[in-house]
Ligand binder design. Sequence first.
Ligand code: SAH
Ligand code: SF4
Ligand code: F3S
Length: 469
Amino acid sequence: MRTQTTVISEAQLQQQFAFCDHIRAYWHERDTVPKAYVETYGCQQNEADSEKLRGYLSMSGYTIISEAEGADVVVMNTCAIREHAEQRVFGNLGALTHTKRRHPAQKIFLCGCMAGETKVSDRIKKSYPFVDGVFSTHHLWQFPEILWNVLSRGKRQFYVEDEAGSIAEGIPQMRDNTLKAWVSIMYGCNNFCTYCIVPYVRGRERSRKKADILAECRDLIAKGCREITLLGQNVNSYGKDLEENVDFSDLLAEIAALEGDFLIRFMTSHPRDAGKKLFDTMAASPKIAKQLHLPFQSGSSRVLKAMNRHYDREKYLELVNYAKTVMPDLVLTSDVIVGFPGETEEEFEETISLIRQVHYDSLFTFIFSPRTGTPAASMDDPTPKEEKSRRFDRLCAVQNSISEEIHRGYVGKTMRCLVDGRDKDLLTARTEGGRLVRFIGEDGLIGSYQNVTVTGATTWSLTGELAES
Ligand code: SAH
Ligand code: SF4
Ligand code: F3S
């Protein structure tokens, strides 16, 4: 595995833009306005990457459509986090044989995290001949070149070499939403949690320069963006690889000091590098949402050690207690894995007790899925599947009742919310903590902050009414 981060130069990017021009001319000669479809799986990092893929496609003359049928280009931006995620992609890829049969000129690409696995690119090469190109996340910046090579040479393209990763500034982005935006502040991960494939498919941790991030945020705010979510696999280690002396809390404070009416969110925080400075910075600024996603994975210190998480139950609880003390209204969410190899019934009980103790607003719950090449995939795993499912159901039941209880506690409260859209006859809005509230109102309110009084609650969402202002 290479360890050097590649910084993509201005000249290299200009070359890619030249490929976009070639593609545009190719379609112009054929008197066609081409169509493209990008399907995104996985986390926000992939959502952010898809905005770049669409940016390049639009620069190359493509109209973006919302289905594969009739598209001249289909890009599957994939996720490798669990077996199930991969099976879904292979299933949907199979279905594309039919759309391609109806439109034989259709070009199909697979990218994202699965493309970083040799076993996947080999399988595509051998058994999926209708896929025209595969490129890993490290090669996303070369998408125009890859697409042009397929169009002009009619040959399949595989850009999947193992690399430490690259940083490319200036790739055009076609954002899904003008009100809310993702801003990647770093790429990759160095943590190598023993169950996780991300460091293998997304390469080493690399931070964008502070000035580049601030410029992007300033631009977004000027264009009317009201919510910026900073993205990274472990935002708390932001800056460690930079020459300038800056950490994540410093970055947060500088973004929060920008002029304008907006909120900053971020994910994901690794408990290993989270600390008082971060929570104090959050507490001090009204522009930083009082929302924290702090994955704990397991309530057992023995399991946490086997996961290579670098904190134990006590350290985690200490962190959460401090965060709650300085931010009494904090909305806290987390990730948890059930059935890590060797997890005993007692250790599972420790996870349940931690959930009860912390009282999360909501949880993302997963059953351990062995990923080829990670250390946990070859650990002894004597617990039967049925037992893991039983634990999983129990955990979900415990969390659901906590979520419901917390949600009921909102009833009667009036909260400032960003109205972000419509769902049938109700407007949708997000509280500062990121909770969804639906209420009756006019479309003209979309894009503004409004005070909403909560009148009803379920496990998953809130309903309310516009408060008198
Ligand atoms: N970087 C983030 C998490 C990214 S992956 C962090 O460290 O917090 C999102 C979640 O998927 C993880 O928090 C973990 O709970 C889950 N996950 C990752 N690998 C998994 C695996 N092999 N099996 C089951 N769940 C997994
Ligand atoms: Fe995976 Fe751990 Fe990195 Fe998160 S911190 S992406 S769980 S290796
Ligand atoms: Fe999946 Fe890659 Fe995100 S594996 S969860 S899309 S970083």
